[in-house]
Design a protein. Structure first.
Length: 146
């Protein structure tokens, strides 16, 4: 899908272990649906209690899902002894987030040792129109645990 080669051959288990520590994603019911070098797909249903006044999924949930998708896409290409954090992102909310199930897809545009640029797209199910898009800058830091 991406054409990138991971630096760490164990990237998938490292990404899944890190994602499992994210209580925010667990609270929102967001899970990893797919993973590969330079990309991550996150899936979720409408989290109860996280809609806005018109019944759409709240923009904060959309942003959180896309932020994690972009960050973990970058993390698939990071060295084993690093962590990643988002330093900035730009999100465009294109359509109301209406649907039963959503996919937040993140992919790397330009990898780097210090900074990686990722993009993301939220759809309501596979093949639906983009509801939101994001571009993020992800910073690689020395691992807090290693």
């Amino acid at each position: 899908m991406s054409g990138f080669e991971p630096v760490d051959p164990n990237f998938e288990s490292r990404v899944r272990a890190s994602f499992a520590k994210q209580s925010a994603m667990a609270s929102l019911g967001i899970v990893i649906d797919g993973i590969g070098p330079g990309w991550v797909d996150l899936g979720f249903a409408v989290p109860p209690g996280f809609t806005q006044q018109a019944g759409f999924v709240h923009a904060g949930v959309v942003a959180a899902a896309l932020d994690s998708a972009c960050g973990y896409a970058a993390y698939t290409l990071a060295a084993a002894e690093t962590d990643v954090v988002t330093s900035e992102y730009k999100i465009n909310l294109l359509r109301p987030a209406v649907g039963k199930a959503f996919i937040a897809r993140g992919w790397v545009v330009k990898p780097g040792k210090t900074l990686t640029v990722s993009q993301g797209e939220l759809t309501a199910g596979e093949g639906g129109p983009a509801l939101a898009i994001m571009t993020g800058t992800i910073v690689h830091l020395p691992s807090a645990t290693g």
